[in-house]
Design a protein around this ligand. Structure first.
Ligand SMILES: Nc1ncnc2c1ncn2[C@@H]1O[C@H](COP(=O)(O)OP(=O)(O)OP(=O)(O)O)[C@@H](O)[C@H]1O
Length: 241
């Protein structure tokens, strides 16, 4: 999937957060989107999903996303928000299997095979022991992993993940980044991942996009680029205008 931004400008009213952003991801890739709080990372995802208006273009395989309003329904784009709240009891297995909603007709029940797929995804994330638990009783990190399992089951080509490792312990942070990397190399997924965990990026292959820089560009991930961006972010932030 070729994903491109051409002269993208987005924000809220007078407040422009993304100024003239252009990049091209030529093939399935992992892209870490980094930047200070409020830099416009989630805003960029909102534009990508057509939830806010923007100037310029966002293109997938040379098609303007504005002309693909059913991209999520067609399995082109899936989104994992930063926070997802559920306040009724539901088993982990029942929540994860809903990742298959695209393949179901309205009111069609999930089959035993669907539940097996959900269990397999939970196994990949080392969560099988939670399969029958009530989701609302899980820890914040466990809940985050369950949402990730549901997203993986959606099997979309382009995946927008908003801080998927935010609440995870150090072990799971590494596991999840490695899994996302495998997802790209083994299943040709494109993963755009907002993160503040820059040090975890060092072993990965892919790109980094720092939306706090005056002219953000795709930088190839390496030890040097990660450390340079970490130092850039630590050195200070632009005043909010
Ligand atoms: N609907 C809105 N109307 C006006 N301003 C908004 C709206 N949504 C977000 N903002 C502002 O836009 C700025 C960028 O928000 P955004 O959520 O894109 O930041 P972010 O880079 O994802 O930050 P974080 O790392 O804290 O999640 C913030 O200052 C926020 O207050």
């Amino acid at each position: 999937m070729i994903v491109e931004a051409k002269n993208l400008v987005a924000g809220y009213g007078q407040r422009v957060l993304i100024r003239n952003l252009s990049f091209s991801i030529p093939s399935p890739a992992f892209v870490a989107i980094v930047g200070h709080n409020g830099a416009g990372k989630t805003t960029f995802f909102r534009a990508f999903q057509g939830k806010i208006s923007y100037q310029g273009q966002l293109l997938v395989q040379n098609h303007d996303l504005r002309h693909l309003p059913d991209a999520p329904a067609k399995g082109l784009v899936a989104y994992l928000p930063q926070k997802n709240v559920i306040n009724f009891p539901i088993k982990v297995h029942d929540l994860v299997v809903m990742g298959l909603f695209r393949k179901k007709r309205f009111f069609e029940n999930y089959s035993a095979e669907d539940y097996m797929l959900a269990a397999h995804t939970l196994e990949q994330l080392q969560l099988l022991h939670l399969i029958d638990h009530d989701f609302t009783t899980l820890s914040g990190g466990e809940q985050q992993l369950v949402w990730l399992a549901q997203l993986m089951l959606q099997d979309a080509s382009i995946n927008l993940l908003d801080e998927p490792t935010q609440q995870l312990d150090v072990y799971y942070k590494n596991q999840v980044f490695a899994l996302l990397q495998d997802w790209v190399t083994q299943q040709q997924k494109t993963v755009l991942c907002i993160t503040h965990d820059l040090y975890n990026l060092i072993p990965l292959q892919g790109y980094l996009l720092n939306l706090s820089k005056p002219e953000p560009i795709l930088e190839k991930i390496s030890r040097e680029t990660v450390l340079e961006n970490q130092a850039f972010l630590e050195s200070g932030r632009q005043p909010v205008v």
